[in-house]
Design a protein around this ligand. Structure first.
Ligand code: ARG
Length: 297
């Protein structure tokens, strides 16, 4: 089932089965990371400007942070000719099947031709490790960019789905059916916020970071209906510093781009522990912490 506005809801969050947080995190080495083309507005003036050694240092600091927080960190190697592959939130959507406890991923269909060859590497990574690797049916039209546009509600079997730039609404119908979960569908209309993970960041079962300007009235109302606490991020921090592309792996720590001062203050006031990281080289490609990793079970 797909839900677009609060009036559509025929259940409460507490009715959704509980789902443990994923404990594994996948990172993909940035050896070939660069801005070589522009498929989102953030990339437009950045072609050829990436400092590779600085990018590697920033990526290593992200990896060390996850290690220090006790997550089970896995790494895959980036591939030559695929400069965006390090953004490994986008090629799959991991899931945990509650009936049989099976773990799997749904493969993406990247919208941009330049990124399509990334997907088979992740299909290989997961199939080698015994995961179910599933494709969307041929009957379903349109592109899908994994956890860029499909976010699990922390602790519950419920998905937040973005559409408008990279993922087609029909894909969310298909995911809802395949995984047996309700999908809260949010339309994106501002190109700077081309993926849902650039404007909505679920932190724990009750709390999310939101950039309200990225959503319609229905979308904002739906978010407020299911999260008791929404922390509104200033537009400039969301747009320029990717404050909503943060990540809370454990309900406590929030990994976030350095310098999002208003957001950081609000996180602290809400009882979270911000961990500031510098992802400035990756911001040039239109990504920060959230899309530099993939959480899986
Ligand atoms: N350059 C990449 C793209 O435009 C960045 C992806 C960042 N990922 C994200 N989930 N926001 O596809």
């Amino acid at each position: 089932m797909i839900y677009r506005r609060p009036a559509d809801l025929d259940f409460a969050l507490a009715d959704c089965p509980r789902q443990e947080r994923p404990g594994k995190v996948l990172l993909t080495t940035p050896d070939y990371f660069d801005v070589e083309y522009a498929i989102n507005p953030h990339m437009e003036d950045q072609i050829g400007t990436v400092d590779k050694s600085e990018a590697l240092r920033q990526w290593q600091a992200v990896r060390e942070t996850y290690d220090a927080l006790g997550l089970d960190v896995h790494t895959a190697d980036g591939a030559a000719g695929l400069p965006d592959m390090t953004f490994c939130a986008n090629q799959t959507l991991p899931y945990l099947d509650p009936q049989e406890g099976r773990r799997g991923v749904v493969l993406s269909r990247m919208r941009a031709e330049e990124r399509r060859e990334e997907v088979p590497y992740f299909a290989g990574f997961f199939s080698e490790r015994g995961y179910d690797v599933r494709e969307l049916s041929d009957q379903v039209d349109g592109s899908f960019e994994g956890m860029g546009d499909a976010l699990w509600h922390p602790g519950r079997r419920l998905l937040w789905g973005g559409h408008g730039f990279r993922t087609a609404p029909a894909v969310h119908d298909a995911l809802s059916e395949m995984l047996g979960v309700p999908v809260m569908l949010l339309e994106l209309a501002d190109e700077d916020f081309y993926h849902l993970d650039t404007c909505l960041c679920p932190l724990d079962e009750q709390t999310a970071l939101v950039s309200p300007g990225a959503f319609s009235d229905n979308g904002n109302a739906l978010i407020r209906q299911l999260f008791d606490n929404t922390i509104e991020v200033p537009a400039i921090e969301a747009r320029e510093s990717f404050a909503c592309n943060a990540h809370c792996p454990d309900g406590e720590h929030v990994l976030i781009q350095r310098g999002c001062d208003v957001t950081i203050e609000q996180l602290e006031a809400g009882g979270f522990t911000p961990v500031e990281l510098d992802t400035s080289e990756f911001l040039k490609a239109g990504g920060s912490v959230f899309c530099m990793k993939l959480m899986f079970w």
